[in-house]
Design a protein around this ligand. Structure first.
Ligand SMILES: Cc1cc2nc3c(=O)[nH]c(=O)nc-3n(C[C@H](O)[C@H](O)[C@H](O)COP(=O)(O)O)c2cc1C
Length: 194
């Protein structure tokens, strides 16, 4: 039986991004577990700001189709989001909005995979408010099954070593536990495990 495919990406393409570091660490930990991790960057899916007139004139841009296909082929998805003004950033919202406009294609990008959320912030709340907004968009807006368990990284500027590990062993344990639950739930939903 095949291993569950887990797509991982961050809601930031900033050089040195904390959420991209969280995504990379999650993918590294997933690679040690029974799954097939796929680490994406939204930099590879450049999209104009969603505009219904643009969509009516030119259809959905190809990168949105490609992103949607990646999500639809996943059994699980882990999104690591930064926090902008108590919400999640427009880069991520725009990517989700465009992907949600794709019609046709195999599978379903949002009703297929199980999603898990991570958030980072240099502040003390760990991007909690961004994670709640992302949860609302996914669960209420797109009917996604989102795990209750999530990862929040506060003080993100000092949370990582130069090698991309967490400095705090408990944070690593938390990330591993959430990734393990994501694999388990993704495999169950995809019928890969009894
Ligand atoms: C427009 C804007 C708004 C921000 N608002 C918040 C905020 O509400 N809470 C917070 O913790 N950090 C906030 N920040 C700081 C970001 O957490 C910080 O820039 C972080 O490095 C961005 O994530 P990244 O490292 O993954 O790119 C904000 C940054 C920007 C540019």
């Amino acid at each position: 039986m095949r291993a569950p495919r887990i797509v991982v990406f961050a809601g930031s393409i900033r050089t040195g991004s904390y959420s991209a570091r969280l995504a990379a660490l999650a993918a590294r930990e997933l690679a040690l577990m029974e799954c097939e991790p796929v680490l994406l960057s939204l930099a590879d899916y450049p999209l104009p700001i969603y505009d219904a007139d643009l969509e009516a004139e030119s259809g959905v841009p190809e990168p949105a189709r490609q992103l949607r296909d990646q999500l639809a082929s996943a059994d699980g998805v882990f999104i690591a989001t930064p926090e902008y003004n108590a919400g999640f950033p427009p880069l991520l919202k725009n990517a989700i909005d465009w992907a949600s406009r794709v019609r046709g294609g195999e599978g379903d990008a949002f009703k297929g995979p199980v999603y898990a959320i991570g958030s980072t912030s240099p502040g003390g709340l760990g991007g909690y408010r961004a994670s709640m907004m992302l949860r609302q968009t996914l669960a209420l807006g797109l009917n996604v099954l989102v795990l209750a368990e999530q990862v929040m990284v506060a003080g993100a500027a000092n949370a990582f070593t130069e090698d991309g590990d967490f400095k705090d062993e408990r944070a690593l344990e938390r990330l591993r536990a959430v990734m393990s639950t994501l694999i388990e739930q993704a495999a169950l939903r995809a019928g890969l495990r009894a």
